[in-house]
Design a protein around this ligand. Structure first.
Ligand code: AVI
Length: 332
């Protein structure tokens, strides 16, 4: 069912009703907090996922392009190091980055002829798309999708004899979690894998604030549309009456916390109604509602996070400008 068809929760399939409840709870708690906030996972409805794909192509958003260049140059070495003589099974957290994953899968196929690829995502739709695309491109690949909300913990299928697992967490996705959440995620991952298994983590590095700010506030306004789409989603799913023209997109660099922050700023004093939550919310002029943090790391910082979680860093690759890092570590 398309989300726009969700008028009420009565009679809906249980899974859909549950997702709507999760949205309702997050929105109620965020809009009744001070300062107001909405969680970044709300960005990714159908339109938001499409807008994010567009963001990865805009000139200012260097992240995807830079990480892809690192993978294009070093995929063979990454796979060889991770495999350490064994057959690799590749597990990826999030199925959205299949485009870059392809470079690693191709390197694994060259090395071992075939590969078991387990994309893990909360959305079965995203997994279906990844599976169809990859099966077309790599006829001998075995794609085994897993629908799982890995932020709540991991369950990974046991390996077969002679196999070693490489878990991919690329695309700077870890940067959207708070430090304690990312530490928890890496701890959970360490507990779910076997000693000797590997993780490949892609992270964005600290750089000049102008570069960071334009990556999150592009001239064409794609990131603004991505941010504002959150309000359109609440209008559709919760019957809210957000006027998207009455809010502005803002992206700021918080040097002390080492993160980009995104906000929706109320242009005027206004009251928004959310009938599904039986809630009316007042916004003052220029009041900021926080929608995302995107952490940027210093060289060596991510290796430290991996060590704290029980991994042993093996190698780190960066681009020539030192803008992005891909770090391989092994479960100790
Ligand atoms: C998905 N995530 C890594 C993106 C980022 O850069 O934090 C989401 C994004 N937000 C604005 N532009 C892109």
């Amino acid at each position: 069912m398309h989300p726009s068809e969700r008028m009420t929760t009565a009679g809906m399939p249980a899974a859909t009703a549950q997702i709507t409840d999760q949205v309702a709870e997050a929105v109620r708690s965020g809009l009744t907090s001070f300062p107001k906030r909405l969680p970044p996972w709300l960005f990714y409805d159908e339109t938001g996922s499409r807008l994010f794909d567009e963001i990865t192509e805009i000139p200012e958003y260097y992240l995807t392009r830079t990480e892809r260049s690192i993978l294009a140059e070093h995929a063979g070495a990454m796979i060889a190091r991770a495999a350490a003589g064994d057959r690799l099974r590749i597990t990826e957290l999030g199925a959205g980055s299949a485009d870059k994953t392809r470079l690693l899968l191709a390197a694994a196929m060259r090395r071992q002829g075939t590969v078991i690829y387990e994309p893990v995502d909360v959305s079965s739709g995203a997994l279906d798309v990844a599976q169809t695309r990859l099966a077309r491109e790599f006829p001998t690949i075995r794609v085994v999708p897993r629908v799982m909300d890995y932020t709540g913990g991991f369950y990974l299928e046991p390996l077969e004899r002679g196999e070693r697992r490489l878990v991919l967490y690329i695309g700077s996705s870890i940067g959207n979690f708070e430090p304690e959440e990312s530490a928890q995620l890496l701890d959970g991952l360490r507990q779910a894998v076997e000693p000797g298994d590997a993780v490949l983590l892609g992270v964005d590095l600290v750089k000049r604030p102008e570069l960071l700010i334009s990556a999150y506030d592009d001239v064409a306004g794609v990131t603004a549309a991505f941010n504002l789409n959150l309000l359109t989603r609440l209008n559709r799913e919760l019957g809210a009456d957000f006027d998207t023209t009455a809010f502005a997109h803002r992206a700021t660099w918080n040097a002390a916390a080492s993160r980009m922050e995104m906000y929706l700023v109320s242009r005027v004093p206004q009251t928004v109604h959310l009938p599904a939550l039986d809630l009316a919310v007042d916004f003052g002029r220029s009041e900021c509602m926080h929608t995302e943090n995107s952490y940027k790391y210093r060289p060596g910082q991510v290796e430290g996070m991996l060590v704290d979680a029980g991994f042993k860093p093996n190698a780190t690759w960066t681009d020539r400008r030192g803008w992005f890092a891909v770090c391989l570590a092994r479960a100790a």
